[in-house]
Design a protein around this ligand. Structure first.
Ligand code: ZN
Length: 88
């Protein structure tokens, strides 16, 4: 009996690039790239899947320290959609 060994020989298959959501594998986004509405910088923020499917909270931009309203929505496959708006 012969089994395929999975020892990273197949890394170069281009189709692997889009397979970021293996269903049922427990893959959940824990960080997201957002663009600050004040300074325009792209910033990676940590997000907490334990906070629920729909989260709103305030967070300060780590570049310019202005306050954001953060809105995180998790999809069924664990992918997060994050919206940042200026908090006035
Ligand atoms: Zn900023």
């Amino acid at each position: 009996m012969r089994l395929f060994s999975d020892d990273d020989d197949n890394d170069e298959l281009p189709e692997d690039l889009d397979d970021e959501f293996p269903l049922g594998d427990g893959t959940v986004d824990t960080e997201a790239m957002v663009v600050c509405p004040y300074c325009g910088e792209a910033v990676d923020i940590a997000i907490d899947p334990g906070g629920g499917m729909d989260q709103r909270y305030e967070e300060d931009c780590e570049v310019c320290c202005q306050p954001w309203q953060v809105h995180v929505t998790y999809g069924r496959e664990g992918q997060a959609a994050v919206t940042i708006t200026a908090l006035d």
